[in-house]
Design a protein around this ligand. Structure first.
Ligand SMILES: C[S@@+](CC[C@H](N)C(=O)[O-])C[C@H]1O[C@@H](n2cnc3c(N)ncnc32)[C@H](O)[C@@H]1O
Length: 183
């Protein structure tokens, strides 16, 4: 299943990689309309669902995938529990999200009202980011019963920036957090 499937590109790619059936979930009708228009495959189903009110069948999916969606979800704990329950034992959750450090307030903003003072914020104060931290993200998975398998903090390589300078700021702080976990 693809949580927040958008235009459904991953659903189609998963089928190309051999998935028997794929379920794409998204809350926006216009995303789903485009996904359906781009898909000619009876083994891919799309459903309009708000991930904050998800009710999935138990032990049904081998892979739960989500690309750049989970940082929008406010009720994080129930969703992680739902996903864990919906995976078969050994099933994987693989997701990307906006990196908490990228979403955190700027250094100058933090230095105004944190113990970092004029020297700037300490690591501890940066971790007060209201959008969550790497720790809260990973601990939530662990508390939901997942085993963390891999964590990646995406940064473009120097060669990639030479080819396209647009993401250069991602060299200063990672923009994306990618996590693989297992039931
Ligand atoms: C940045 S797009 C990513 C789309 C797709 N996963 C991709 O990588 O191209 C975020 C998607 O999350 C969906 N989304 C945001 N909040 C959602 C919610 N509460 N329930 C379901 N989908 C949601 C949006 O409709 C949108 O399609």
């Amino acid at each position: 299943m693809d949580l927040g499937c958008g235009f459904g590109w991953f659903c189609r790619w998963a089928r190309e990689q051999g998935a028997a059936q794929v379920l794409g979930l998204d809350v926006l009708e216009r995303m789903l309309a485009q996904a359906k228009a781009s898909t000619a495959d009876a083994a891919i189903a799309y459903e309009r669902v708000d991930l904050e009110r998800l009710d999935l069948p138990e032990a049904r999916f081998g892979l739960a995938y989500s690309s750049l969606v989970l940082h929008y979800i406010e009720v994080a704990a129930p969703l992680r529990a739902q996903i864990h329950r919906a995976l078969v034992p050994g099933g994987r959750l693989v997701f990307s999200m906006e990196h908490p450090i990228y979403a955190a307030p700027t250094r100058s903003g933090w230095s105004l009202d944190t113990e970092g003072g004029s020297a700037g914020p300490s690591i501890a104060t940066l971790s007060k980011d209201p959008a969550g931290t790497i720790g809260t993200t990973l601990n939530l998975l662990i508390r939901s019963g997942f085993t963390i398998r891999h964590v990646e903090e995406f940064c473009p390589t120097a060669a990639q920036i030479a080819a396209d300078p647009a993401p250069a700021e991602e060299r200063e702080r990672p923009m994306f957090l990618l996590v693989a976990a297992q039931r």
